[in-house]
Design a protein around this ligand. Structure first.
Ligand SMILES: [Zn+2]
Length: 310
């Protein structure tokens, strides 16, 4: 698909993007939450792609849309930061891919929520039969050149990323240190707690684990990594090159997606390709259990920035 517009919103945006999509285009539906889905999550992650899949199938019975979900197993919510400085991270704890499953039934927290999300994709298949649904773990993208270009930027030039945070309007509250947006994870214990020293000439990183004392040194493609969530989203987009990326609604996320685009341009230079964005309305999430077909109807009809469940 081709379009000059960068951001479409709500029902009118859904309709316009539906017109532009072609069979085989990929839609990045979003990152699978590491928590139970809210109705706002279901509207964004399931109803919006479901509506697009129905629209493309209306044009041609044989057409299909690739709907891609990402398991953010290389991100973490255990890195620490000073109060009011969410981007001045100090690596600690483990990535979602190495954190234990809270219910001890799967091998990690990431696998647990991935397995539960799979049931939701079945609901999507039933409601919008044209969808070709893929669930991709970020750890599976780590050998893609686009992904690596973002990872290298994060390891080499954290100050450039801090500038991009300020210029995107995300926040001015970024200190010059600590400034860490990516690093290695320990091969022995899985901890990201420690110093990662990257050598761009050899594309290798050395990591001294602060949790168990293990030291490793290898090509970055041969080590598990962690990445800050916006940097990881940029790396995912660079690896998958989707035609459309569905994003969260609201002014805060306007700035965060501008930041993601800045990272893509810093990493990819003139060759960077930025996906069209599609944002659903904000939805009060207190009620639950709305059938997906009703959420798809809401997506198709609701053209204001704040939606309410019927
Ligand atoms: Zn360790």
């Amino acid at each position: 698909m081709t379009t000059a517009e960068r951001l479409y919103r709500n029902a009118a945006g859904l309709s316009e993007v539906g017109e532009l999509l072609q069979t085989g285009d990929a839609v990045l539906a979003g990152e699978i939450p590491m928590a139970a889905l809210t109705e706002a999550d279901r509207l964004r992650l399931l109803a919006y792609p479901g509506s697009l899949a129905r629209r493309i199938r209306r044009g041609s019975q044989s057409a299909s849309l690739r709907v891609v979900y990402v398991v953010p197993d290389l991100a973490t919510d255990e890195a620490t930061h000073a109060p009011g400085r969410p981007f001045n991270l100090t690596p600690s704890g483990k990535t979602y891919g190495r954190q234990p499953d809270p219910e001890a039934c799967d091998e990690s927290r990431a696998r647990h929520w991935e397995a539960l999300f799979d049931a939701h994709t079945q609901e999507l298949k039933d409601s919008a039969r044209a969808s070709d649904i893929e669930i991709v773990r970020t750890s599976e993208l780590a050998d893609k050149s686009g992904f690596l270009s973002v990872l290298r930027l994060a390891l080499r030039s954290p100050a450039q990323i801090a500038d991009a945070i300020r210029e995107s309007g995300v926040t001015d509250e970024v200190d010059d240190e600590p400034l860490t947006f990516a690093g290695a994870a320990c091969r022995e214990c899985g901890s990201i707690n420690g110093q990662t020293d990257y050598d761009p000439d050899w594309d290798r990183a050395q990591f001294n684990c602060g949790a168990c004392g293990y030291t490793q040194e290898a090509d970055i493609r041969e080590q598990s990594m962690w990445m800050q969530e916006d940097v990881l989203r940029a790396a995912v987009i660079a690896a998958l090159n989707p035609a459309v990326a569905i994003r969260r609604p609201g002014a805060k996320w306007d700035a965060r997606e501008n930041f993601v685009d800045s990272i893509l341009m810093l990493a990819g230079g003139d060759g960077a390709s930025l996906p069209t964005r599609l944002a659903p309305p904000s939805l009060d999430s207190e009620q639950g259990g709305t059938p997906l077909k009703d959420l798809i109807r809401l997506a198709d009809d609701w053209d204001e920035d704040y939606a309410e469940l019927p």
